[in-house]
Design a protein around this ligand. Structure first.
Ligand code: PLP
Length: 472
């Protein structure tokens, strides 16, 4: 493809994208694709001869698009969103065009310095202490792994990086029973052993009980373990429960334990001054992350990772072979030393475009709308005799189930709600997922898609009533 063809094709792709986004309501949110269906339609070998773009693009339209789950459909209420927005998409196109590898200042001066400033902006608008340092990681899973590795090296003065785990006491990592699976994964990868993840009990709002945390730490010390790290969650995945950060932070300070805060989804809400109290006590933590790629209209991937002690982070990851040394290393940030990977994408550009295009007020307005829509939807459920809320609506996730008074048997309720969810999703008009809360099968509606409006919630409500009537 020469540049003349590139120009033509690129215009066509942009037009296609604009049409796609304009009509996205008309695509089934979740396709009816069967396992192996796409695979079986693909040629089993790479082409020997060049194919023209028109042919490739036709296959994209016919084989790929109808078999995708359409995350940017405003009726996507499943999991947590992976939002995008027009400015983010444009920045991502430019990032691909520049195609720079941003491992160090020298390989990408503007990308490095823009990242430094974007993390400062984000920290300011989200209430992160001004003396902390930020870096963009690819995902929350990687950010949490970086935190646990940093905690590990910090607690052992770099011994494990140096000599391995052989001579160390068994280290413990504490989190609530509602914590995301990425914590256990990080503990496994860090070589600490998943049986050393201690799950702390939660209260009736699914938030960690600090008294239980304190007890578990004391017991572990008695038994000769080394309490290493506590992971507090702001906005759990099942129900957006908020762990009490200040109380947990005070315990960690007194016990000299690393406190990492996982706010992967909910962190965006601290853009609102009236919600800043959710991270009250943040200054007692050691690291914090949230995903602009979930709720801040910045397309995947982009995790904002903040750390109080930059030296501890760098001491964990810094490695300087001769071929990477530059004359400027002492004056600049080389972000390859701030995390796991060497090579890095230019992710700061999309944050810059998003924050400038929306403005802080524009971002806040969207988030406030989502919170209000969630409250409205919860009220509708509450006022209906056959529905039951199963968790407080602390943000924009509504956890509920169908529960007519005549049915008390848990197994029957599970079957009915699972059927209800499958019926709803099979319409292609909406997509929601489930969880379990206190053993109860729970439907989740997350209202955080970039372009979701009151009309989409009205349509969901009507569909819900309709499908409920057709249940056995
Ligand atoms: C989504 C989520 C994660 C994992 O996020 P990735 O960026 O996909 O790794 C971790 N913790 C919480 C609370 C989440 O909601």
């Amino acid at each position: 493809m020469d540049l003349k063809e590139f120009r033509q094709n690129a215009h066509q792709v942009v037009d296609w994208l604009a049409d796609y986004l304009e009509n996205i309501d008309q695509y089934a949110v979740m396709p009816a694709t069967q396992p192996h269906e796409v695979y079986q339609q693909l040629p089993t070998e790479a082409p020997q001869q060049a194919e023209d773009f028109a042919t490739i693009f036709k296959d994209f339209e016919q084989l790929i698009v109808p078999n995708m789950t359409h995350w940017q459909n405003p009726s996507f209420f499943a999991y947590f969103p992976a939002n995008s927005s027009s400015p983010s998409l444009l920045a991502e196109m430019l990032t691909a065009g520049l195609a720079a590898q941003c491992m160090s200042w020298q390989t990408s001066p503007a990308a490095t310095e823009l990242e430094e400033m974007m993390m400062k902006w984000l920290g300011q608008i989200c209430g992160i202490p001004a003396d902390w340092h930020g870096v963009i990681q690819d995902t929350a899973s990687t950010g949490t792994l970086a935190a646990i590795l940093t905690a590990r090296e910090h607690a052992t003065q770099g011994e494990i990086n140096h000599k391995g785990l052989y001579a160390q006491p068994r280290m413990r990592v504490y989190c609530s029973s509602e914590t995301h699976s990425s914590i256990e994964k990080a503990v496994k990868i860090a070589g600490l052993g998943k049986e050393n993840v201690v799950k702390i009990a939660v209260d009736e709002n699914f938030a960690m009980l600090p008294t239980e945390l304190e007890k578990a730490i004391a017991q572990d010390r008695q038994a000769g373990y080394l309490p290493l790290c506590v992971v507090a969650t702001i906005g759990t995945t099942s129900s957006t429960a908020i762990d009490p950060l200040r109380a947990i932070g005070e315990i960690c300070q007194a016990q000299k334990i690393w406190l990492h805060v996982d706010a992967a989804y909910a962190g965006t809400v601290t853009l609102l001054p009236e919600k800043r109290h959710l991270i009250d006590g943040i200054e007692l933590a050691d690291s914090y992350l949230f995903n602009p790629h979930k709720w801040m209209f910045t397309n995947f991937d982009c995790t904002a990772y903040f750390v109080k002690d930059k030296k501890a982070l760098l001491a964990t990851f810094e490695i300087l072979p001769e071929y990477l040394k530059t004359a400027l290393d002492k004056q600049v940030n080389n972000y390859r030393d701030w995390g796991i990977q060497l090579g890095r994408r230019f992710r700061a550009l999309k944050l810059w475009f998003v924050m400038r295009s929306f403005g802080v007020e524009g971002l806040q307005a969207k988030i406030r709308l989502h919170l209000a829509l969630a409250q409205d939807f919860a009220k509708k459920l509450e006022n209906h005799a056959d529905f039951e809320l199963l968790a407080p609506v602390s943000l924009n996730l509504v956890c509920f189930r169908y529960h007519p008074v005549t049915i008390q048997d848990e197994a029957t309720l599970e079957k009915l709600n699972s059927q209800l969810m499958h019926q709803l999703n099979a319409t292609g008009k909406v997509f929601l997922t489930h969880t379990k809360l206190s053993g109860k099968y729970t439907l989740r509606v997350v209202i955080g898609q970039t372009n979701v409006t009151a009309e989409h919630l009205t349509a969901l409500w009507e569909l819900l009533l309709q499908e409920m009537k057709s249940l056995g």
